[in-house]
Design a protein around this ligand. Sequence first.
Ligand code: CAA
Length: 257
Amino acid sequence: MTYNTILTETRGRVGIVTLNRPKAMNAFNLVMLGEVFDALESLDKDENINAIIVTGNEKAFAAGADIKEMAEASYVQMLTEERVQVWDRIRGIRKPVIAAVSGWALGGGCEFALSCDMIIASESAKFGQPEITIGVIPGAGGTQRLARLVGKHLAMEMVINNRTLTAQEALQFGIANRLVPVEGYLDAAVAFADEIASRAPLAVRMAKDSVNAAFETTLTEGLAVEKRNFYPLFATEDQKEGMRAFVEKRKADWKGK
Ligand code: CAA
C-alpha cells in the first residue's frame, strides 16, 4: 500500500508509522487520518508484528488537526466528515501502540499520543491542547483522556488556558513513560517496543485489554474483565511454555498460540 502522508517500516517485530507532513508540522488532514488508521489496522493484522510505534519528526510529533482544512467547515461537515469520529478506530487496535514524541504534540497531536498505550518522549517534547486559542475545544478525546490521566485541575488548565507541558512535566505527571535524548529518540522507542514485542503476544493482548477496562468500568466490573482475560490464557501453548520454562530455568520460546 502506498501512502502520501505517512511512512511505514518494520524493525524486527516492531512496526513503525511515521507522520510525514513536515511542512505542516504533521497536522492531521483527512488524508493523513485515513492513512494512519489504515496503517495501524494493517500492522495490527500482521502476524509478524507484536508492537507498533507512531512517531513524527524531531520538531513535531503533530501540531493537531489541520486548521487550514477545517477553518471554513460547517457544523454539518464536521458532523458528517470522518474528522473526529475516525479517532475511535485507535481503540480497536489490539497490539500495544507506543507514541514516540519529539517536539510539538498539540491539539489532535496530543490527543493522538494520549490515545496510544504508552509514550516515549524526547527531551524536546511539548504537550498541549491549544484549541481554546482558536475558539474551539479538543474534539478527539483530549478533555476526557487528560482528566483521567493528570486529574481535573491540570486538565482544566491545559484545556481552558492552553497550559503546555514540557517533556519533564509530562514525565512527572505520568503522561510519558520515559524521557530520552532528542538524538536517537526513535531508536530508544524501538528498543522499548522491542522488549514488549519479545513478550508472550496473547498475554500482552489480554493485558492491554484489561488495563484499558480500568478506564471504562467500576472496580467490580474491571476485576471481572481481568478474570475473563486471565483464565483463557491457560488454554494457550504460551502459558504452558512460559511456566515450564520458569521451572526448567530456561528462556521461554513464545509461539503466540
Ligand atoms: N494545521 C495546519 N497547519 C499547521 C498547523 C495546524 N494545526 N500547525 C502548523 N501548521 C503549519 C503553519 O501554518 C505553517 O505553515 P506555512 O509555512 O504554510 O505558514 C507551518 O505549519 C509551520 O508552522 P509555524 O510557522 O507556525 O511554525 P512555528 O515553529 O512558529 O510554530 C507551532 C509551531 C507552535 C506548532 C504552531 O504552528 C502552532 O501553534 N500550530 C497550531 C497548533 C494548534 O492550534 N493545534 C490545534 C489544532 S485543532 C485540533 O487539533 C482539534 C482537535 O481536537 C482534533
